[in-house]
Design a protein around this ligand. Structure first.
Ligand code: KG4
Ligand code: ZN
Length: 370
């Protein structure tokens, strides 16, 4: 069955409800022509902390429990009623399928009950609309870099429907590397903000960690650096023991970081963050140069990282590139970016039907992991 709407939708008065439940954020937003009227997010992050990562069933149950409250909050914040909504945009992929299905089911129910159109969007691409929905005037074509907990992808974006994948991580995503290294350093979950905080008080040693550049390729690899951090930690702990004349003990990874001083942990965090942000900047600028465009757009949780933002601003200025960074809050998962992309797709004639479902992977990314 195709959705039919009795409403005539013009560009001016279109009020879009965005829904996002791909991971641990239950999010609903109301957006009117790229202006955010409300952006409600409730996160289950605290429930996952003890496990050092997101537990899919806990995330899905949290969405079921909280989504109606978040919906009410978003409508109240925008001073709108359900009857005022013209279009529903929902993340259908990539993400945790059980979690995604909660948002997709709500979106279908609302679309059917209100008799308004529905658009399923890709979360990865939605991150690239966080900047424009937060007020930046982004012009096509541009190079888009998505750096999140699950992806590190470089795209040439011709327009809202045409994306060319220029490069991506061949193993871990940049955010995943932050999370795993934070775990090794006993800094908790999520790792990005914790590493950034500790790195601020540390000294960078450029020689400590280097990342595979793959020469000319625009691909990334972040799995090696977490092993390098682990080996560095082991070597430091071993050296300390030798100095104190202690015998070498069994290597329990979770106890290694506790043997180092706060300054030593800060220094490792600073050098790790420096190496990861350097490679992201270098490849993003190279992609813009190669594709002969003038604009670079960033999105995804890691874009909230201050060092990455500062370095990218400097590199863009030095290379004459127009850079669009989402506001820090908009880098993390939210539904306003979903509504932004949904609205842009709608204007290009895109429609979804009530048969849409959820998928774990993005159609805009290749899967290298088994
Ligand atoms: O985009 P996002 O909210 O969710 C996904 O789509 O994955 O990104 C979450 C990721 C996590 O890996 C988190 O550690 C990372 O973004 N992150 C950061 C920072 N804030 C969040 N990484 C580095 N520095 C930050 N300040
Ligand atoms: Zn995300």
């Amino acid at each position: 069955m195709l959705i039919k709407s009795n409403k005539i939708l013009g560009n001016i008065d279109m009020i879009i409800l965005g829904i996002e439940t791909s991971c641990d954020e239950t999010a609903v937003a109301v957006v009117k022509d790229n202006k955010i009227l409300s952006n409600s997010v409730s996160s289950s992050v605290d429930l996952h902390k003890d496990f050092g990562g997101v537990i899919p069933e806990i995330a899905a149950r949290y969405h079921v429990e909280y989504i109606n409250y978040v919906l009410d909050d978003a409508l109240r914040g925008a001073n709108k009623k359900l009857k005022d909504i013209d279009l529903i945009a929902v993340t259908t992929r990539p993400g945790l399928v059980g979690a995604l299905l909660v948002g997709v089911s709500l979106a279908k129910a609302l679309s059917l009950a209100l008799d308004i159109p529905l658009i399923g969007v890709d979360h990865l691409i939605a991150h690239l609309y966080a900047a424009s929905v937060s007020g930046e005037s982004v012009k096509f074509p541009f190079v888009g870099l998505v750096v999140s907990g699950g992806h590190t992808n470089l795209f040439l974006v011709h327009d809202v429907k045409r994306y060319k994948l220029l490069g991506q991580t061949l193993d871990d995503a940049a955010g995943e590397a932050f999370d795993k290294v934070a775990k090794i350093l006993n800094l908790g979950y999520p790792g990005g903000p914790a590493i950034q905080k500790r790195a601020a008080g540390g000294k960078i040693d450029k020689k400590l960690f280097s990342l595979d550049t793959f020469n000319d390729s625009l691909n990334f690899s972040f799995s090696g650096i977490k092993t390098a951090v682990l080996y560095h930690l082991r070597d430091k702990v071993k050296a300390g023991r030798l100095l104190r004349g202690e015998k070498s003990k069994a290597k329990d990874v979770s106890k290694l970081a506790a043997k180092l001083s706060a300054e030593e942990i800060n220094d490792i965090a600073a050098s790790f963050q420096d190496a990861v942000t350097d490679i992201l900047v270098r490849k993003a600028i190279e992609a813009v140069r190669r594709e002969k465009v003038r604009t670079l757009v960033l999105g995804g949780g890691v874009t909230a990282n201050s060092e990455l933002r500062d370095k990218m601003v400097d590199a863009a200025r030095d290379n004459g590139i127009k850079l669009h960074l989402p506001a820090k809050k908009m880098c993390l998962d939210n539904a306003a970016m979903v509504a932004g992309l949904g609205g842009a797709l709608y204007k290009k004639g895109e429609r979804s039907d009530l048969y849409i479902t959820a998928g774990s992977s993005s159609v805009y990314s290749n899967s290298f992991k088994s």
